[in-house]
Write a protein that binds this ligand. Structure first.
Ligand SMILES: Nc1ncnc2c1ncn2[C@@H]1O[C@H](COP(=O)(O)OP(=O)(O)OP(=O)(O)O)[C@@H](O)[C@H]1O
Length: 637
């Protein structure tokens, strides 16, 4: 479904809900269900807001309470204490959430490049600091929290409960619509790549910093907006009620339970957890209620670790076919409240979907390009493009020009005054003993690390100081010694990502078509629909190469792409490297196997303890006494 169709359907559903809510009394719907629905919508906003950064990009945040709190306090202070109109203070609440997220993101992503648990801890600190700030500065809320006046609203809305329902519904529609649009956009694909492997995403051309900043700001704005509406709903604000840890804990549970990689996951999770919690509260089970809540969540998370939504979506008719009859049956029996019936119908649909999925898993339906046969089946006739005549080295044009390169790590000088150039059509073998600086040089050339001194130019453009994704756009691509595929994407989409974010850029459908050709070049087309986990090491290395050439580089850096392969696989990989070279790409290959370099390289460069000690024809270099002493001697020993 296109983004436009998705948004249209979403708005349609929201309008239907608005109409149903408006006529709830005439339809015989109990008023408390409107209150419950308003709660569900609040949590939909929060879980969806959290998911845009934390679910899509994998940056787990505990900072949701900060957005809720700042949004709520904006309304409490502006409207409650200074008489500013509600519409203005609600908008300010959203903007302050965005501003707070911007500051948090700038600190976490720019200054520290914080990831994982350190990022989570940073975000955990923010609501604590804000809550303490409010308590210390008693002028903000008068010291005891602030109450809010009842908002004025047109008569046709009905009562306050209908007003707040409509406001929450509008904000939830905005939040879910944003999450839907992000997920299906270029931004969403980039966030997904960041989730799977941020370093690989950046060197393929994804502007990771910018994308994370956009995601966190959207998250903050929506969280702040929801917090502002919470203040309107509650009519009062206190630090311990809005800056509470309950908010992030609930949104995490909701998003994880529902599923983090799809916009609908947090919606499903928020609806289920809120209804379950309300039912348990209604049963007055006291602490047992929490134990049951926790137990049910554990069971479902273990049964469907990638989220309930995926299971429900795999069999939509089964889900609806269980939910609707159970709900109708229980309501019509007259023995259950609507809340009981709703909860039991939800549980029944989920249990059936999960159990059926465990008994008969649906085969993963990954897109397969038109030129391949079914996923996993090697084509009878291989369709690799015919080899071109090998490009001849052209010493007149430097694709890589490195001068005076130095890189220090603390006290270790990994590269010491290295100067090197690579011309068009060359395959340069980069050799040297362990720790001689080969990978460091690859990291510097690809922009993954900045040099301590010296200059680098790729295809005539200076790259020192550029972000790695900009370096990629100058025409350099790399592979990793240990492959770094995007685990959640098919083999085809791994390669399509490189086309989308590469030098020329493309839409996803066009990128998938181009990716199929690149897979054919490395002869992986029969695995296009598989996930990387299904590939062996050799195939993963080939996938790395396909992804690298999909970025349309002028120079390809292969970092020990043959490590760990058996002799037959090495021969196969050598043939692929030749084919890539014949396609017009110059290559720098880091390799310990001299027999391979003898076959492939037009030139060999030797590093020893960070110093370039030889550079020339393979036969000459490999017989150079200094090289034999530094490298070959040690290898033979
Ligand atoms: N990120 C880092 N932090 C600290 N020291 C580093 C870092 N990366 C490399 N080094 C050091 O720089 C030197 C060169 O390492 P590098 O990995 O570039 O060598 P290499 O030739 O690729 O080795 P190998 O063949 O074992 O992969 C080593 O002394 C290494 O310990």
């Amino acid at each position: 479904m296109s983004v436009r169709k998705g948004l249209t359907s979403l708005v349609g559903v929201s309008l239907l809900l608005a109409v149903l809510a408006h006529f709830n009394t005439s339809l015989g719907v109990a008023p408390y269900l409107l209150v419950l629905a308003t709660s569900v919508l609040f949590w939909v906003i929060q879980a969806t807001s959290w998911n845009i950064l934390s679910g899509y990009a994998g940056y787990f945040s505990f900072g949701q309470a900060a957005y809720v709190g700042i949004g709520a306090y904006a309304v409490a202070v502006l409207t409650g204490r200074h008489g500013v109109s509600y519409p203005v203070s609600i908008v300010v609440g959203g903007l302050l959430g965005a501003l707070l997220a911007l500051i948090t993101g700038a600190i976490a992503f720019r200054l520290g490049s914080l990831r994982g648990e350190i990022f989570a801890l940073l975000t955990l600190a923010v609501p604590f600091i804000l809550a303490a700030f409010v308590r210390i500065n008693r002028d903000i809320d008068g010291g005891l929290g602030t109450t809010l006046p009842l908002p004025a609203f047109p008569d046709w809305i009905g009562d306050f409960q209908h007003l707040i329902f409509l406001l929450m519904l509008a904000a939830a529609t905005l939040a879910v619509g944003t999450a839907l649009a992000v997920q299906r956009s270029r931004l969403g694909r980039g966030l997904s790549a960041i989730h799977d492997n941020e370093d690989a995403a950046e060197v393929l051309g994804v502007p990771t910093f910018r994308y994370k900043m956009i995601a966190i700001v959207l998250s903050g704005a929506l969280g702040g907006l929801g917090g502002a509406l919470l203040a309107v709903r509650n009519g009062a604000v206190q630090p311990e009620l809005v800056f509470t840890l309950t908010v992030p804990l609930f949104v995490i549970v909701m998003a994880v339970l529902g599923g983090r990689r799809h916009w609908a996951g947090p919606v499903v999770g928020a609806a289920f957890v809120t209804v379950l919690q309300d039912e348990l509260a209604a049963q007055k089970l006291d602490q047992w209620g929490n134990i049951i809540l926790g137990g049910v969540l554990v069971v479902f998370v273990v049964a469907a670790p990638d989220g309930l939504f995926g299971r429900l979506r795999a069999r939509p008719w089964l889900t609806v076919g269980v939910f609707v009859p159970v709900l109708a049956g229980l309501v019509l029996s007259g023995q259950y409240t609507e809340l009981d019936a709703l909860l039991y119908a939800m549980v029944a649909a989920i249990v059936v979907a999960v159990v059926v999925d465990r008994l008969r898993p649906v085969a993963a339906s990954h897109p397969v390009p038109s030129r391949t046969t079914a996923a996993g089946t090697p084509p009878a006739v291989r369709t690799a493009p015919p080899p071109l005549s090998a490009p001849q080295p052209d010493s007149g044009r430097d694709l890589v020009a490195v001068a005076g390169l130095i890189r220090d790590f603390g006290g270790v000088r990994a590269l010491d005054d290295v100067s090197l150039s690579v011309g068009q059509g060359e395959i340069v073998g980069l050799v040297g003993p362990n720790g001689s600086g080969k990978t460091t040089l690859v990291n510097l050339l690809s922009g993954a690390l900045p040099p301590s001194a010296g200059t680098i130019a790729i295809d005539g453009r200076a790259t020192v100081g550029l972000a790695p994704h900009k370096v990629a756009h100058t025409g350099v691509a790399r592979t990793y010694q240990i492959p770094k595929p995007f685990a959640s994407m098919t083999v085809l989409d791994n390669v399509a990502m490189a086309v989308m974010f590469g030098r020329t850029g493309a839409s996803l459908p066009a990128a998938r078509r181009a990716a199929a050709d690149h897979l054919a070049t490395v002869r992986l087309e029969h695995l296009a629909g598989q996930l990387p986990a299904a590939l062996n090491l050799h195939q993963r290395q080939l996938l790395e190469m396909a992804r690298a050439i999909a970025a349309e580089p002028v120079v390809l850096l292969l970092d020990e792409a043959l490590a760990g392969l058996n002799p037959a696989e090495i021969d196969d990989a050598v043939a692929v490297i030749r084919r890539i070279h014949e396609g017009g790409i110059s290559i720098i290959i880091v390799e310990h196997l001299l027999r391979v370099l003898n076959q492939l390289a037009t030139r060999i460069v030797v590093l020893d303890r960070g110093v370039l000690i030889a550079d020339g024809e393979p036969a000459t270099v490999l017989n150079d006494p200094a090289v034999v002493r530094a490298y070959l001697g040690r290898q033979r020993a």
